[in-house]
Write a new protein. Structure first.
Length: 558
């Protein structure tokens, strides 16, 4: 009975290296790895040993006969990928690792504490003599795993178990609640470390550039996601959910996440780690229809097949499709064809009275966000697009004159994240990334980038593993070549510097105390955790938990 990769696949490829018969593809050295929506086990060559199950950090792999009903479509999806013959060696590639040529102490500061930062720390700590300090402006680490992954995707969040192992390694240190560029400068970081790695992600959003985009009631999906995930910067936000219809612009996985959260029965979310304020607001929500607007056709949609499978399996959400015949064009790849089949099947199901509905509206672009008499969002003018091949293999959306206004009380644009320039570092405004070569920041020896600020907002949590590997290999090669400057200041001096500037910088034990407090509060309500969403309450939990009081204080104090 073969094993099967399911929806939560994070793409970090740990399973690939564990498989003794190289049955899991694409492997990181294959050209389609960067484009793959997940990894797939070949049912013919799988020997059912289960090594991949142990290696997977998010529990996404199961034996064929242990799948839940919702996971059954993945049997087919894994097999489908392998229907196209691939040639590969009998054993998976071994990840090449640039070894250190010295065991001297190598101190690295990593800015950011999301997946790219923690994978970079993990890669560095595989080498002897390395010490990493992971710095984040928030008191809580884990970036988008905490503040981005939808609350109804708990298996994706199990990657936190892997993060815990990384954090426990000797040589790992957190300095949380420290804002680089505000509390400490890049020059100060560089003066106290051999190297600095920026893994700050892409925290802003792209703009549509249309009239009415900033009206009250029109905002970004990234804000909405951060709000329902309890990001402290968004704890005081409110979203008007009093209208019948919400419109989400964009066709990626984030758009699908926000549409699904808006369409989910709040009682289903009550058992998740969704922020309390969001659960309260969603319980009072009048939104019954969420229109997901894609500027191109269904076959061009950026949302992935695993996520679409997860949506159409849901028995509490109806699906409608407008603006696309869902006919599979000749030459369409099998995975995209499966997407169209799923949409067609879901849209053909009878509507259930009272069910919340997600309406996929393809080949449409917003032209204007309209206001009501009070200056609030009243609707969106959507223009129908012709889909025109550009001759270079890309199909472009070309606006017609056919415009329709769709009334809505909430408009969320979800057209991609955008990186933010970092103080003292070069920045390419077009790609919103830091210019680099294999992770080495242009013109700044000893400074590196990893994750979305390096390659732009694409891929999955585990994609950051290979991205961080490349950066760390470059860093270690530079150390071996003697290109990194010996720090002028000791690490104790750096901690003193931070202690002088930051009233309460939180270390690993402080984060553990926050984590324990959240989990304990969640346990009483049958939830994985009840998130603390205010900075002062986070600091309080870090310093006053029972565990903290038994041991030395967890805060670096002034
Ligand atoms: P994304 O995948 O890049 O999708 C962006 C969407 O916005 C595309 O549909 C794009 O359409 C559309 N768009 C861009 N500019 C537009 C414009 N001016 N007007 C209308 N539409 C426009 O971005 P994302 O959804 O923010 O996701 C970011 C990354 O995180 C992705 O790699 C995603 O897979 C990942 N993610 C994964 C999960 C998960 O696995 N569960 C969840 C969330 C995010 P075109 O294709 O026409 O450009």
């Amino acid at each position: 009975m073969p094993h099967v990769v399911t929806q939560a696949c994070c793409g970090d490829a740990s399973c690939v290296f564990a498989c003794p018969v190289n049955a899991i593809h694409p492997t990181p050295d294959e050209p389609d790895f960067g484009l793959a929506e997940m990894l797939y086990i070949d049912p013919v060559s799988c020997v059912d040993c289960g090594a991949c199950v142990t290696a997977c950090p998010v529990g996404a792999i199961s034996a064929h006969d242990r799948l839940t009903a919702e996971q059954l479509p993945f049997v087919d999806i894994n097999a489908l990928f392998h229907e196209t013959p691939r040639s590969y060696p009998a054993q998976a590639p071994v990840t090449p690792l640039v070894a250190r040529t010295s065991t001297d102490r190598l101190r690295v500061a990593i800015v950011g504490s999301g997946p790219a930062a923690l994978f970079a720390a993990d890669e560095l700590l595989k080498r002897p003599g390395v010490r990493v300090t992971v710095i984040d402006r928030l008191p809580t680490p884990h970036g988008l795993v905490r503040a981005g992954v939808a609350p109804d995707h708990p298996s994706t969040k199990t990657v936190e178990g892997l993060f815990r192992h990384i954090e426990e390694q000797p040589g790992f240190r957190y300095l949380l609640g420290v804002d680089v560029g505000v509390d400490v400068t890049h020059d100060e970081l560089a003066a106290h470390h051999h190297a600095v790695v920026y893994a700050t992600g892409a925290s802003h959003d792209r703009r549509l550039g249309i009239a009415g985009e900033d009206l009250p009631g029109s905002t970004t999906a990234t804000d909405f996601v951060a709000w329902y995930n309890g990001h402290p910067d968004h704890a005081d936000r409110t979203f008007d959910l009093s209208g019948h219809r919400a419109v989400v612009i964009g066709n990626g996985n984030v758009a699908l996440d926000v549409a699904r959260v808006l369409a989910t029965d709040p009682e289903r979310l009550a058992g998740t780690d969704i922020a309390d304020h969001a659960l309260t607001a969603l319980r009072a929500s009048a939104v019954r229809e969420i229109v997901l607007v894609g500027r191109r056709g269904a076959e061009h949609a950026a949302f992935t097949l695993p996520e679409l499978v997860g949506l159409v399996e849901r028995d509490d959400i109806d699906v409608e499709v407008h603006g696309d015949t869902l006919v599979v064009p000749a030459g369409t790849d099998v995975m995209t064809a499966r997407k169209l089949d799923l949409l067609r099947e879901a849209a053909a199901r009878p509507r259930r009275p009272g069910a919340r509905t997600i309406v996929f509206r393809f080949a449409s672009s917003p032209q204007v966000v309209d206001a009501d008499g009070d200056g609030r969002v009243a609707g969106v003018g959507l223009v129908r697009n012709d889909l025109v091949p550009d001759g270079g293999g890309v199909v472009r959306a070309v606006a017609t004159r056919d415009v329709e206004t769709v009334s809505a009380g909430l408009v969320l644009r979800s057209i991609g994240y955008r990186g933010v320039a970092l103080p003292g570092l070069p920045f390419d405004a077009a790609s919103a990334t830091v210019p680099h070569a294999s992770g080495r920041v242009d013109g700044m020896p000893g400074t590196y980038v990893a994750g979305w600020i390096k390659r732009g907002p694409s891929g999955f949590i585990g994609t950051n593993r290979s991205c961080a590997q490349e950066t760390v290999d470059a860093l270690v090669a530079d150390a071996n070549a003697g290109l990194l400057t010996e720090p002028a200041g000791a690490s104790s001096e750096f901690r003193r510097l931070v202690g002088d500037r930051v009233a309460a910088a939180i270390d690993l034990r402080g984060w553990r105390a926050i984590d324990a407090a959240e989990r304990a509060a969640g346990r009483t309500e049958g939830r994985p955790r009840r998130k603390i969403v205010r900075l002062d309450a986070m600091l309080e939990a870090a310093s006053t938990s029972a565990a903290s009081r038994r041991r030395r204080p967890r805060l670096v104090r002034r």
